[in-house]
Design a protein around this ligand. Structure first.
Ligand code: GPK
Length: 826
């Protein structure tokens, strides 16, 4: 104790020694309030306290990150680079507190300052740098890579505007810009001194050097700078921290100097703005690429800056280029960053002067590719003209890759000349398109799907020709989710109950949840389990009352359908059933006995007419039902606006029934399905994606599967599916569709929802909604019956949680590390 302290007793109570973690955290918070945020420490507001706490945690993260980097470096480990145009990390505060083991300390420090941790955490605005499943998967995987201590780096784009903020106005989706940086960035470090040039456009110059070699260089290119912004991803209580490096576009220096000479000041600034537009906004399309030039620029921007980073680190080792694949693996999250393949070729051939054969040998051993969708409209293609204009040298390289590839294929399949057109990297027809998935497959040593079912579909149909050519490249890695965020953080009371019974090891070894099974027969555990779940439902009911002004019964069956709006995900099928229930209530009171609360949430791409129309239909149906006095508490329909990670964390722990009802063969995996089941919700779903594996793990008796199998979907289609037959044969379905078409839910605009019904009856019902309607209705009845027996339902719920161990992202990432990347923890 210092003499100053001991001499100061009169004026203050003795403070606890500053070594106590809670006290030292409090001191750090106050220091940041004053010195980093410039606010009075006497009366900081909640937002200021949140920021100061975030900065205090960033201090701890950066120390651990430096140490982790030194470890990787000193061991000369093989590195994993995970390239993704999207990351959807969600709010960081709680996750970082849990990972650093500082939750209690933070609570104590804040209480001391007169704040509650929950209130402070609610101040955080999440970075929405992704659309949905694909971006969220990337973030779960970074969490697991950190927990497994893998020498890994996430690379993406620092969009100034993330996914739009969704408002529901008069039942319609309205998009608002998501200015997530408005409040400043307290989690990241901007490396303003640390930039890479990225070059677009220009012309390729061919020339012969003194050694007589044919050389290629780009002339008159436009240069934009990529500035690194680093965010830290800690492993779970292991002192290990990874970096997610996001690139922001900055105008080039040369340019800033040059405009002084031209005298056109405003024109120069306009050009600067144009350059910096590259990282301005995330494209809000899920599984339907927009095909805009700016998007291809974004892809190359990420790729070029990242490859420069990778090459810079590799060069420091001073070893030969052929060692690159032994020291690095570059993972492509979908085809969005696939232009990395020709970019690495360009560097090796044009700049490092390797032969084509040497360079290609290196490339194909360096890249691995994950496919996330089989929807034909989602398979990325670019007009060849656009490619030539923006990336002329890369197009030449793609042509050369293709020429050599087709040459080999011709030799391998001399009797199948048509295969060449099917597998070519360039689609040749009226117009020519570069096929990014073909490029990714040809340039990678590994191609994986994201569920067992999806990976089979890739081999059997979508990429069947490639499977014949490269059978050894194809493999499956079933998706997983991080149990830290998707149980421990979003459902702390359930997590606590679990830990109380089986200890905390499940947090990093989810298979341990199996140990809960003996407790499913314990009455005490039953009761506690259902109490926790009911409390979660109470909290969500309060939120619904606050936000939507609708009172829902916490005891009712919470039936939840949250995810992006897309026709294949069939929110429409759900609402058809809701209307059928409504009709039953009206026509034969007493026939519906289980009260239900339907909860919908999700964004539609702003240009996706039908998806937005379905949102509007759901809101209209909700209004009709919620205001019909005959319905009372039996049925409530709620649309929660702006579905995002933060909202998912509120909804999932309060869900009884999880809707996973895509047309069989169309959902690559799903990860929402896993989050719900892990938290004890029961799935109603189709035989699609990871639902099938969830069924295999939790048992067929503990979920409700229904509908056509994917081969039946195909057969029905090829035999000429006629949706009208279902309409004519099924009077309940007919009544529902007639009501929608006749304006029952839109009395002031009777034709409003006609297009929706038309798409089903007269435009082929591409997603087989009508074909699956009857079996869905039956399965929903089974679910309602099961819910009536609360003890049996509780049992199903507990068995779901206890059997979900396989779906941890730790398991998934471990498989990637062992089977694809060839890396292990440091
Ligand atoms: C797939 F292709 C895409 C895409 O552009 N966006 C996206 O979120 C999803 N996905 C699939 O739809 C899900 O089935 C899958 O679980 C998820 O990616 C992660 O693999």
């Amino acid at each position: 104790m210092t003499s100053q302290n001991s001499g100061n007793r009169k004026s203050r109570l003795p403070e606890a020694p500053a070594t106590r973690p809670a006290e030292s955290l409090k001191q750090d918070i106050l220091r940041h309030v004053l010195y980093s945020l410039g606010r009075d420490t006497e009366r900081p507001d909640r937002q200021t306290v949140f920021r100061a706490l975030a900065l205090s945690l960033r201090d701890r993260l950066v120390e651990k990150w430096i140490a982790s980097q030194r470890d990787i470096y000193s061991r000369s480990s093989k590195r994993v680079y995970y390239l993704s145009l999207e990351f959807l990390p969600g709010p960081f505060l709680r996750e970082n507190l849990i990972a650093l083991g500082l939750e209690n300390e933070a609570r104590e420090a804040l209480t001391d300052m007169g704040f509650g941790l929950d209130d402070v955490a609610d101040e955080e605005y999440e970075p929405g740098l992704g659309n949905g499943g694909l971006g969220r998967l990337a973030s779960c995987y970074l969490d697991s890579m950190a927990t497994l201590r893998l020498p890994a780096y996430g690379y993406g784009i620092h969009y100034a505007y993330g996914i739009f903020y969704q408002l529901i106005k008069e039942g319609r989706q309205v998009e608002r810009a998501d200015n997530w940086l408005r409040g400043g960035t307290h989690w990241e470090f901007e490396r303003s001194h640390y930039v890479h040039p990225v070059r677009f456009y220009g012309q390729v110059r061919e020339w012969v050097d003194e050694q007589g070699r044919l050389r290629h260089s780009l002339e008159n290119a436009t240069t934009v700078m990529a500035m690194a912004c680093d965010m830290f991803i800690p492993g779970h209580k292991n002192d290990y921290v990874l970096n997610m490096r996001l690139w922001a576009a900055k105008t080039s220096r040369e340019f800033e100097f040059s405009f002084f000479n031209t005298g056109d000041y405003i024109g120069a600034v306009e050009e600067k703005i144009r350059d910096e537009n590259i990282s301005m906004v995330l494209y809000p399309n899920d599984e339907a690429p927009e095909g805009k030039e700016l998007r291809l620029k974004q892809q190359f921007f990420l790729v070029s800056a990242t490859i420069q980073d990778i090459v810079r680190r590799f060069r420091k080792k001073g070893i030969a280029w052929d060692q690159l694949p032994r020291k690095n693996v570059i993972h492509l999250n979908e085809t969005h960053p696939a232009v990395a393949i020709p970019e690495l070729m360009r560097i090796l051939v044009d700049e490092e002067l390797l032969t084509w054969e040497e360079a290609w040998y290196i490339c194909v051993r360096t890249f691995a590719y994950t496919n996330h969708t089989v929807l034909p409209e989602a398979l990325e293609v670019w007009p060849e003209d656009l490619f030539r204009r923006l990336l002329p040298r890369h197009l030449q390289i793609i042509h050369e890759i293709n020429r050599r590839f087709l040459h080999d294929v011709r030799r391998q399949f001399p009797n199948d000349p048509n295969i060449l057109g099917r597998v070519s990297l360039v689609h040749e027809g009226e117009s020519r398109w570069v096929r990014m998935s073909h490029l990714a497959i040809v340039g990678s040593f590994s191609v994986n799907g994201v569920s067992a079912h999806h990976s089979e579909i890739l081999k059997e149909s979508v990429f069947h020709d490639f499977y014949k050519i490269f059978p050894e490249r194809f493999n499956n890695k079933t998706n997983g989710i991080t149990p830290r965020r998707w149980l421990r953080q979003c459902n702390p009371t359930l997590a606590w109950l679990i830990t109380e019974h089986i200890g905390p090891e499940w947090l990093t070894d989810l298979a341990q949840l199996k140990k809960l099974e003996p407790y499913v027969n314990s009455e005490g555990f039953h009761r506690a389990w259902m109490e926790v779940r009911l409390r979660n439902k109470h909290k969500l009911a309060e939120y619904i009352r606050d936000k939507n002004g609708i009172t829902v019964m916490p005891e009712s069956l919470f039936d939840v359908h949250v995810k992006r709006f897309h026709e294949y995900k069939r929110q429409l099928l759900n609402v058809l059933h809701v209307i059928a229930l409504y009709n039953r209530i009206r026509s034969s009171p007493g026939s519906v006995t289980v009260p239900r609360t339907y909860i919908f949430g999700g964004k539609a791409a702003p240009g996706y007419y039908m998806a937005k129309h379905i949102i509007r239909l759901i809101n209209s149906v909700a209004y009709t039902i919620n205001t019909d006095p005959r319905v009372g508490d039996l049925l409530k329909v709620v649309f929660l606006q702006n579905y995002c990670v933060t909202l998912a964390e509120r909804i999932i722990p309060a869900t009884d029934l999880s809707e996973q009802i895509s047309t069989a063969g169309m959902e690559a995996s799903g990860t929402g399905n896993m989050k719900f089941a892990l938290n004890g919700a029961i799935t109603i779903g189709t035989h699609d994606g990871a639902n099938i594996e969830i069924m295999e793990h939790v048992g067929n008796e503990n979920l409700f599967l229904f509908g056509l199998l994917s081969h039946e979907v195909n057969e029905m289609r090829s035999q000429g599916y006629n949706p009208r037959l279902f309409y004519e044969r099924d009077s309940e379905l007919r009544e529902v569709l007639d009501m929608i078409a006749g304006g029952f839910f839109s009395p002031s605009e009777p034709h409003l929802f006609r297009d929706v019904v038309e798409s089903l009856l007269n435009h082929g019902d591409r997603y087989m909604v009508l074909a699956d309607f009857r079996s869905y209705v039956y399965r929903q009845q089974d679910a309602a019956n099961a819910f009536m027996d609360q003890a049996a339902w509780a049992r199903m719920s507990m068995l779901n949680t206890s059997r979900m161990g396989f779906f941890s992202s730790d398991r998934a990432v471990d498989e990637y590390a062992k089977d694809i990347w060839g890396v292990s923890g440091v």
